[in-house]
Design a protein around this ligand. Structure first.
Ligand SMILES: Cc1cc2nc3c(=O)[nH]c(=O)nc-3n(C[C@H](O)[C@H](O)[C@H](O)COP(=O)(O)O)c2cc1C
Length: 390
């Protein structure tokens, strides 16, 4: 992980090269506008976000559950994978576009649902929505966003899906679904992996300001809202608000309430993929929530192939957890994902530079994926298959 501030990084480059001309300009630009010359990789956003956020907020984004084994594994599993591209493939240009649930997107990278975005940047989810629209992709605002789902929908014209946590109260759930339908969201992404326990958040006494707390539920008349908001109280409140004992019955109920496509987020096993098929769902996200749930779960990329083999011909399979490079996108697509979602990269970039930052992170992934596809002889994303993976 990078730790130097942009100013320090630029100054170090300057000293090393002893070039008072070009490098001095780079250093000055970086100090004035962190996004002017940096970053060039997704992880370059980390020190920029760190410099701009209070420590508890930065740690809330960046850390994982307990010993963070799953968090590290998500990233390292990609680095362990090897790609063997063919030679003499004759490909000189590539097309990154694809479709998800019939919707054309310009690149196979979408913005994952991320809670609390307004704590990272005043524009919050509105900035993410605008960046996604400019990049030609989909953003998936969270139920725990601090902007209302209507104001996020109005912020940009691009297609959006709405992420739903299942409230215990079915009336509240139904109100949220109707609001998402009315605001023009094109699918529901139901997240089923609950139970966050992050040591850093406990140590930092991380809390969400009362004004921000679960705005959507309050809008829907959820009346049990606590006045207090420490980390422990937030966890307790979440358990009170959301149904942790989700069963197939919830999805049978939801399927009857809406015609919107339903995607299950948090799948890691063949069995769960099979259940999604049996429930008539439209897609699944292979995800361990970026290592923020039960520590010790496998890296999402390590289970992707099995899940795709089980259900990939019957519903669309998306992927998240650990994407930091365009090459990671290539690997996930090679193992059968239709598109990937990014969580932390979006949050770091939003903190670093709002809409411009998020657009930049999508551009970086697009450029890296373009290079990876060119090198691998994949003219279209449909050409990316597991023959590339050693
Ligand atoms: C700060 C933060 C908040 C998150 N909030 C939500 C949320 O409200 N709903 C949800 O389904 N997933 C949430 N996630 C998980 C992401 O949607 C995604 O699964 C995960 O971040 C992917 O891993 P990555 O961070 O390595 O890209 C959150 C992730 C982060 C980093």
């Amino acid at each position: 992980m990078l730790t130097a501030s942009p100013k320090e990084t630029a100054a170090a480059q300057n000293d090393e090269k002893g070039d008072a001309g070009g490098n001095a300009t780079v250093a000055r630009e970086a100090a004035e506008n962190p996004l002017a010359s940096l970053p060039v990789t997704v992880e370059d956003f980390i020190p920029l976000a760190k410099a701009r956020l209070p420590k508890p907020t930065f740690d809330y984004i960046t850390s994982g559950s307990e010993d963070q084994v799953t968090l590290r594994d998500n990233v390292e599993a990609f680095r362990r994978m090897r790609v063997l591209p063919p030679l003499l493939h004759g490909v000189s240009e590539v097309d990154l576009s694809t479709t998800v649930l019939g919707e054309k997107i310009a690149l196979p990278v979408m913005l994952a649902p991320v809670a609390a975005l307004r704590m990272f940047h005043p524009q919050g989810a509105r900035a993410s929505a605008r960046a996604a629209a400019r990049a030609g992709t989909i953003c998936i605002p969270s139920t725990s966003a601090h902007n209302s789902l209507e104001e996020i929908a109005e912020a940009a014209d691009g297609p959006k899906w709405f992420q739903l946590y299942a409230p215990r109260d079915r009336d509240v759930a139904l109100k949220l679904v109707r609001r998402a339908e009315n605001a023009g969201y094109k699918a529901l992404v139901v997240t089923v992996d609950l139970g966050e326990r992050k040591d850093d958040d406990l140590r930092n006494r991380f809390f969400v300001p009362q004004d921000f707390l679960l705005k959507h539920l309050r809008d829907c008349g959820f009346t049990h809202l606590t006045e207090r908001n420490t980390y422990e109280e937030l966890v307790a409140f979440n358990l009170q608000a959301w149904d942790p004992s989700l069963s197939v019955e919830f999805f049978q109920w939801l399927r009857k309430q809406t015609k919107l496509p339903i995607i299950l987020k948090g799948v890691l096993t063949k069995q769960a993929a099979q259940q999604a098929v049996q429930l008539g769902l439209d897609g699944i996200v292979v995800s361990n929530h970026g290592g923020r749930r039960l520590d010790g779960m496998p890296a999402s990329i390590d289970v992707l192939r099995d899940v795709v083999d089980e259900a990939g011909d019957r519903l669309e399979v998306y992927f998240d957890s650990g994407i930091r490079r365009g090459g990671d996108v290539l690997k996930a697509l090679a193992l059968g994902a239709r598109a990937v979602l990014i969580g932390r990269p979006q949050a770091w970039a939003l903190a670093a530079g709002g809409e411009t930052g998020v657009k930049r992170v999508l551009d970086i992934l697009r450029d890296e994926l373009t290079n990876a596809m060119l090198t691998s002889g994949c003219k279209t994303v449909a050409d990316i298959d597991d023959s590339l993976i050693m």
